[in-house]
Design a binder for this molecule. Structure first.
Ligand SMILES: Cc1cc2nc3c(=O)[nH]c(=O)nc-3n(C[C@H](O)[C@H](O)[C@H](O)COP(=O)(O)OP(=O)(O)OC[C@H]3O[C@@H](n4cnc5c(N)ncnc54)[C@H](O)[C@@H]3O)c2cc1C
Length: 366
């Protein structure tokens, strides 16, 4: 048997994989426990949006730093991880978001008129309201990221379910899993929906609000456009005020979701079981109105849990209990490499970044 790794990472979603990869960059070995298949949880499916625009200037800066890490890792892993086609945002929030981006500095973003909008977003119906382009945003190549990171970590990723973990009382952490019992110097829990349950075992109450979410994928009509941006539509011009959408690799498919989600009870059951279907129908109706470049018959549905924190749609935080770190938040795909490096630092006893402490409420509108 080889030497036992120093750090246990629970969950091989994008956050756990990035944390283990960031530890490996620094020569620290981790074991990543995954009860299913890497990337099958909230990180599942093709494409996520990488956007810099957030309502909290601290989160904009965090995201800016994260963009550079994605670039660095794409070079090292030998694959494109974010498309070069930008993110287009529509609606009244545009001037405020642009102001925050300009104040942050170093993030190329600007308004675009309806003619230019069409070149970046050829699938969109005519639109003449406020619009901006986040030039360094783009579609995250989610499958490539999950696969390359999993490959790079090799046998550090194990198929095993963590049942519980706790401080031993002598400065280490014990992990009880389906397949055994193991002691580590520290542990980082990136277990998505299960993080709150595991945290409760060590007396922490994470204020996570689980909800159900749906995203539909549509075929692009005709030949795929050479370039197509991601879309964040808050305009209401096409009947919805919270829509996000992103192309698949190759641009022949485009995924569209409403940011609205369906609340669930603590045991995961729905108060209104029809609500998810209603969201599906609204997303389809939106596509018929707003995106004539798409065939309005969906070719794929992605139903998934999301775990929001109460202070913001984009909120994230890390809770700490005697060398065990628990992550929670939503819209974390884009943040994962930067968050992974922060978690790696914390696991290596460098202290948790102040902005990531729950009291900082990272993501709360500034
Ligand atoms: C439809 C949709 C669209 C989204 N759009 C965006 C977007 O555009 N941009 C963006 O940045 N983010 C977006 N997000 C959010 C983003 O995908 C998630 O925040 C992110 O993937 C969460 O990653 P994670 O690693 O924290 O969790 P997960 O991917 O859920 O990973 C947790 C892993 O832990 C494992 N696990 C759980 N419990 C245990 C246990 N006890 N033992 C072992 N393993 C365990 C699970 O099997 C799972 O694989 C979207 C999410 C969805 C669902």
């Amino acid at each position: 048997m080889g030497r036992v790794p120093e750090v246990a990472v629970v969950g091989a979603g994008i956050v756990g994989l990035c944390t283990a990869y960031a530890l490996a960059e620094r020569g620290t070995r981790a074991r990543v426990y995954e009860s299913g298949v890497p990337g099958h949880g909230q990180s599942s499916g093709q494409s996520r949006i990488f956007r810099h625009a957030h309502d909290d200037a601290r989160l904009v800066e965090f995201t800016r730093q994260g963009r550079a890490i994605w670039e660095e890792w794409a070079d090292r892993l030998g694959t494109e991880l974010i498309s070069p086609d930008g993110v287009v945002a529509l609606g009244d929030p545009v001037p405020g978001r642009l102001r925050i981006l300009r104040e942050a500095g170093g993030i190329p973003a600007r308004t675009v008129d309806s003619a230019e909008l069409h070149t970046h977003m050829p699938l969109l119906a005519d639109y003449s309201g406020p619009a901006m382009l986040d030039e360094n945003g783009g579609a995250i190549r989610t499958r490539a990221a999950i696969e390359r990171l999993t490959d790079a970590l090799g046998d550090a990723v194990v198929t095993d379910e963590v049942i519980s973990l706790h401080p031993t009382g002598h400065g280490t952490v014990e992990v009880l899993s389906a397949a055994g019992r193991q002691e580590y110097a520290t542990a980082v829990v990136c277990a998505g929906l299960s993080s709150a349950r595991l945290a409760r075992n060590v007396g922490l109450s994470l204020p996570v609000r689980p909800a159900a979410h749906v995203r539909l994928t549509f075929r692009v009509r005709g030949a795929p456009p050479e370039r197509v941006a991601c879309l964040q539509d808050s305009s209401g011009d096409f009947g919805e005020v919270g829509v996000y959408a992103a192309p698949y690799p190759g641009n022949s498919r485009y995924a569209v979701g409403l940011s609205e989600t369906v609340e669930v009870r603590e045991d995961g059951s729905f108060a209104d079981p029809d609500a998810l279907v209603a969201l599906n129908d609204r997303a389809r109706a939106y596509v018929s109105r707003a995106l004539p470049g798409l065939d309005p018959e969906p070719v794929e549905y992605l139903h998934c849990w999301v775990t929001r924190l109460p202070w913001s749609e984009d909120g994230m935080a890390v809770w700490e209990a005697e060398k065990i770190f628990f992550t929670a938040g939503h819209n974390l795909f884009k943040q994962a490499p930067r968050l992974g490096r922060a978690l790696a630092g914390a696991a290596m006893s460098e202290g948790l970044e102040e902005n990531l402490r729950p009291s900082a409420a990272l993501g709360r509108p500034s």
